[in-house]
Design a protein around this ligand. Structure first.
Ligand code: SF4
Length: 123
């Protein structure tokens, strides 16, 4: 796709046209990153202005066992001798209460991917 074609598609989108599937697929190969970013910023600003939203939440790791071994992961680890594989209910409540005291409005329960497929203790 040429730069002119990319600009034409982006102009149509920022003018309010719903992009065709072929145009969306073509943009995935576009090399005009600055143009894509300008169009995305324009749409974002038009839709949301200067508002930045966020959600205060506390993460509660019910277990850190996971069947996967993603090498970038700093969360998962195998079962450790002398250490519980799952949080006890009172630990969950303590983390939730600490989150509430810190102003959190949500609790996000986290765990690894299907740990029961790898570890007997998780079955
Ligand atoms: S917790 Fe997520 S990132 Fe970490 S090893 Fe499991 S799947 Fe991968």
């Amino acid at each position: 796709m040429t730069a002119a074609e990319t600009r034409a598609i982006l102009r149509a989108i920022t003018d309010g046209q719903r992009p065709a599937r072929a145009h969306i697929q073509a943009l995935a190969d576009a090399t005009d990153i600055d143009g894509l970013m300008r169009a995305a910023a324009e749409l974002r600003d038009r839709g949301h202005g200067q508002i930045i939203s966020y959600s205060r939440k506390v993460f509660i790791p019910l277990t850190q066992l996971c069947r996967d071994v993603c090498h970038y992961c700093t969360f998962a680890h195998p079962p450790r001798r002398g250490e519980r594989a799952f949080l006890a209910p009172e630990q969950v409540l303590a983390i939730a209460r600490a989150g509430a005291a810190a102003g959190c409005k949500e609790a996000l329960f986290t765990l690894g991917d299907k740990p029961e497929l790898r570890y007997a203790i998780a079955k």
